[in-house]
Each structure stands twice: as structure tokens, then as C-alpha cells.
Design a protein around this ligand. Structure first.
Ligand SMILES: [Zn+2]
Ligand SMILES: [Zn+2]
Ligand SMILES: [Zn+2]
Length: 215
């Protein structure tokens, strides 16, 4: 009688089943997984502002032309932004639309204990405390700082989300103010020998309302 690899595998499996070690191994593996899952902080589906002391819930930043799977969120109180997933893959705002949260200039970081000014190494000039890390809006674990376009941002390694303090999203994405954007669009299309569109429209309307006038 010849013994094939299949026979040996079957014999091994029977021996493991008879001794009970197979069940013990799988139990141990699942127990490990359960312990790991329990330790891992669960992301909150409703993120809360990490900057404001009473941690208000953040709102979805409404966009009509830029559709993403993950919403971009912002705090209506401090105008900080929270971005996860693909929420920034297509930019920040609809072209030509404005929002007060995007009109805000970047504010210098302040001490979170006494609101004093900070030294370049992020320690407070007044109370000497170092700036504590912000906690992730979604899972609550401390975020890590990193620099992008000269702006210091906070990021959660677990949720892969990025927090922008007031004005920082405008600085990183180099957004032009709404008015400036609209003006540049008008300049592109206007030519010297053509009257602006509003003059033509006004003229047409006046011809319809006052057809008897000689202009
Ligand atoms: Zn806030
Ligand atoms: Zn301070
Ligand atoms: Zn997180």
C-alpha cells in the first residue's frame, strides 16, 4: 500500500481532531482577534470638533458639483475642517461658490491652555506648556503633526483623516477668495470690443418693455 500526500494530510487532520489541539488553536486565534478588536478604538460615525473645548458635532460641507463618497466636514464654530477617505480627492469647493468657512485666513496657533502666543518649537511664551496633540475627531486617539505646504496639520494614523485648523485648508489648497475667482473668470471671457453680457441683457429687456423708444 502506498501513502499519498493526501492520505498523510488526512491522517494528520484526524490526529489533530482526536487530540483536540485543532480546536484549541482556532479558539486561541479568535480570542486574539477579539482582544485586538476590543483594543482598537472604534471611529465615531459623527465626528466631533477636536479644537473646540465642548467638542461640537461637525457638519458636512455641502458641495453640489464635487461629489465624493466621504463627506468633507467642518466645525461651524471654529471653521476647522476634517477630511477622510476621498473627501478631498476632487478639491475643496465647487468652482465659483463661496462659503464663510473658506473666507477665513489662517490664524496663528495659540496655547490651548492660556491662549498665549507660541514659540517656534510650539511651547507657550506665557505658561511654558507645550502644545498638546489634538485628539482625532472620529476615534479620539492623539493625532500626529506633519507639515504640508509650510502648514502644520494633524493626522490620525488609524482613521487616515486630516484635521485643518481655521484657514489651513485655504492655505494648503491655495484657494482664491470667491470674489477674486469670479472676477478672473469674467476677465478671461470679456473682450475690449464687446460690451459686457449684462449691458446686452439690459438692452434686450428694455427693447421688449419699451419697444417704442428709439434705442
Ligand atoms: Zn471647532
Ligand atoms: Zn499657555
Ligand atoms: Zn482616528
Amino acid at each position: 500500500m502506498t501513502t499519498t500526500a493526501d492520505d498523510r494530510w488526512l491522517a494528520d487532520a484526524r490526529a489533530r481532531a482526536a487530540s483536540g489541539t485543532w480546536e484549541r488553536d482556532t479558539d486561541a486565534i479568535f480570542a486574539d482577534l477579539r482582544r485586538y478588536a476590543a483594543r482598537r478604538p472604534q471611529p465615531d460615525p459623527q465626528p466631533r470638533c477636536p479644537y473646540c473645548a465642548d467638542r461640537p458635532e461637525m457638519s458636512a460641507f455641502r458641495r453640489f458639483e464635487l461629489q465624493t463618497i466621504d463627506p468633507l466636514r467642518f466645525c461651524t464654530r471654529c471653521y476647522g475642517f476634517w477630511a477622510v477617505g476621498d473627501s478631498l480627492s476632487r478639491g475643496v469647493a465647487d468652482p465659483g461658490s463661496g462659503h464663510p468657512a473658506l473666507e477665513q485666513a489662517m490664524a496663528p496657533r495659540r496655547c490651548r491652555a492660556c491662549h498665549g502666543r507660541l514659540k517656534p518649537d510650539d511651547t507657550c511664551r506665557s505658561c511654558g506648556k507645550s502644545l498638546p496633540a489634538l485628539n482625532c475627531p472620529a476615534c479620539g486617539s492623539p493625532m500626529e503633526r506633519f507639515e504640508k505646504q509650510g502648514v502644520v496639520l494633524d493626522q490620525c494614523a488609524l482613521c487616515r483623516g486630516t484635521w485643518f485648523d481655521i484657514g489651513e485648508i485655504v492655505a494648503v489648497y491655495q484657494l482664491a477668495p470667491h470674489q477674486g475667482l469670479a472676477a478672473s473668470t469674467v476677465d478671461e471671457h470679456a473682450t475690449d470690443d464687446e460690451p459686457p453680457a449684462w449691458v446686452i441683457a439690459l438692452h434686450l429687456i428694455s427693447r421688449m418693455v419699451f419697444p417704442f423708444l428709439p434705442f
